[in-house]
Design a protein around this ligand. Sequence first.
Ligand SMILES: [Zn+2]
Ligand SMILES: [Zn+2]
Length: 254
Amino acid sequence: MEIEVLGGFGGECLGCRMTCLLIDDRLALDAGSLSEALPVERQVGVRSVLLSHSHLDHLASLPFFIENIFGKSEGPIEIHASAATIESIQSHLFNDAIWPDFTRLPNRWLPTVRFHELKAGQPVEIEGVRVTPIPVDHPVPTFGFLLERGGAAVLWSSDTGSTRRLWEIANSLPALNALCIETSFDNSMQEIADLSGHLTPHTLERELEKLERSVPLLLHHLKPPCVEAIRRQVRRLANPDVEFLEQGRRYSFS
Ligand SMILES: [Zn+2]
Ligand SMILES: [Zn+2]
């Protein structure tokens, strides 16, 4: 399983793109930066989009991605998300006010976009990847995901504060190649992090006490103004398993 990090941050500025991973060139996990990170020819190759939740840093590029591939892709783009996320997108984004309703364009029978509802704990096969949605703790309904293909397994947290199920799954899997866990704010913003359902290096350290195995930990979703302080504070944890997910890198798991 190849995972290319198109956007690895929880916000946007020069050099920091918003959350978006590309799995085996065909499946996008979140769509924070799908349109600006890839040339149009590669966007046309993306057949399915998996969305963790409705926050803008996870779907901001969706309208422009869909416009770019309109009329070029074979069949509709399949968007997989929870019922709550689908409802939010339909009410607040593809509502013919903010952006056209691509579930009815060019017409209702040949739509550009089709939605598929994901349910917690129920695995689905998408573009050859087995995807299991895992509820995490964030102010809107949010899924982390277990991604499996062949013998490879990767856990991805999405946005979360202190959580439980993700760690239970991490501990129960026979093999796990990597665990991507968010660290959005630095310790000076602990109160904001707690209120907004995110982790800091301090709460990350506490969360990691729930992990009963050694596994490569890839930190992601850093807020751009906090990057330097988070890196300093994470270094002080002196945890040899911890690295930062690198934007632009293609990871290979087998
Ligand atoms: Zn986010
Ligand atoms: Zn969020």
